[in-house]
Design a protein around this ligand. Structure first.
Ligand SMILES: *Cc1c(COP(=O)(O)O)cnc(C)c1O
Length: 368
């Protein structure tokens, strides 16, 4: 007899991250690859963060501050919430998992949009809960349908705003209607990993709603605009009782010492934030223009990436790889005809668009 692996675990499809540059270069025997596959910040981390990291390196024999007091206080100040309403995670992914472990048990339902970030489904199923996937509307979360999918068995709802991989948002009026209709016993998680890139004036201010729904939790991260994805730090803001529950379940040192100092320093670097936002705006305009010219359809995005209809996403991803450009195939999200492209530097974007144009001209994947 061998130990048997539970079926709820065997049934999981492991999350497939974007390919690391080194791996692609080794496999294909090429150099100078650009990675536009994981929505990272092409400007790199803030120089403030790098300096703080250097200074902290000699102290890594010490355990981190388990309460991450300095970073928690600083974030609480910045967001005008109490320190008891804030919890840090090993990336916001960890907080998605902890919230699910707290609230979702076998027999429970967790509601999400069908093309939402895949981690929500993964962690729900790992709990033995049912992931209820609601059809989206033109690449947008359909909040009315999501509301209608809530049953007495629903414990959790995950919304991503903007959503990854679609880049779309839901607006204030839909959100307010949804919030008012959502039973207060349901935990409502709004994942705002890309909120800093949003230009739409109707983007809802979810933090201002914390008092209107006792189950509302907002998630943010240092992985995207702050350029610290490799250090793993994100945070959640919510009612003290839920935050306290997460703090009980988390590992005592879930956010490492380097991540804490780098995140704290990054918050001070307003120039880096501004430049990162600016680059994304330019990236959007550049891709829209170039894709229109090539004749490829895309989904307008409020985030730092764009979903492009290329025909055969897997074939085009391979052809892009051969040209040294790493993008993300979208079959895991139910869009086998699309790829997701992260906005890079101007030079990286040019390379990506040139590769796409070349592939289209050869009608590989025949999306145009
Ligand atoms: C990138 C991303 C996150 C952040 O993940 P981290 O664990 O903080 O790196 C969370 N949600 C969505 C939708 C994302 O795309």
């Amino acid at each position: 007899m061998k130990p048997s692996i539970p079926t709820r675990i065997i049934g999981l499809n492991p999350y497939e991250p974007g390919k690391p540059i080194e791996e692609v270069e080794r496999e294909l025997g090429i150099a100078n690859c650009v990675k536009l596959a994981s929505n990272e910040n092409p400007l790199g981390p803030s120089p403030f963060a790098l300096r703080a990291l250097e200074a902290a390196l000699a102290e890594v024999h010490r355990y981190p501050d388990g309460g991450a007091v300095a970073l928690t206080r600083r974030l609480a100040d910045e967001l005008a919430v109490g320190v008891g309403q804030l919890v840090l995670g090993n990336g916001s992914n960890e907080l998605i998992e902890l919230l699910t472990r707290i609230f979702a048990s076998p027999g429970d339902e967790v509601v999400m949009s069908e093309d939402a970030f895949l981690i929500y489904e993964l962690v729900s199923r790992a709990q033995g809960a049912e992931a209820v996937k609601v059809p989206s509307r033109e690449f947008h979360h359909d909040l009315d349908a999501i509301g209608a999918a809530i049953t007495p068995r629903t414990r959790l709802v995950f919304l991503a705003n903007p959503n990854n991989p679609t880049g779309t948002i839901f607006r204030r009026s839909e959100w307010e209607r949804f919030l008012a209709d959502t039973p207060t016993r349901v935990v409502l998680v709004v994942d705002e990993a890309y909120s800093e890139f949003v230009d739409d004036e109707e983007f809802p201010d979810t933090l201002s709603c914390l008092n209107t729904h006792p189950g509302l939790v907002v998630l943010r991260t240092f992985s995207k605009i702050h350029g610290l994805a490799g250090l793993r730090v994100g945070y959640g803001i919510g009612p003290e009782e839920i935050i306290d529950a997460v703090a009980r379940l988390r590992q005592p040192f879930n956010v490492n010492a380097l991540a804490q100092v780098a995140a704290l320093a990054a918050l001070d670097d307003h120039d880096h934030l501004k430049a990162s936002r600016h680059l994304v705006r330019e990236g959007r305009a550049f891709y829209y223009g170039a894709l229109d010219e090539i004749g490829l359809e895309y989904v307008e995005s409020q985030a730092n990436f764009v979903l492009v209809r290329v025909g055969d996403g897997a074939a085009v991803t391979r052809a892009m790889l051969e040209r040294g450009v790493i993008v993300r195939p979208m079959d895991p999200y139910g869009y086998p005809d699309m790829v997701r492209v992260t906005f890079g530097t101007a030079i990286e974007n040019r390379r990506c668009v040139d590769a796409l144009a070349e592939i289209c001209a050869d009608s590989i994947g025949s999306g145009c």
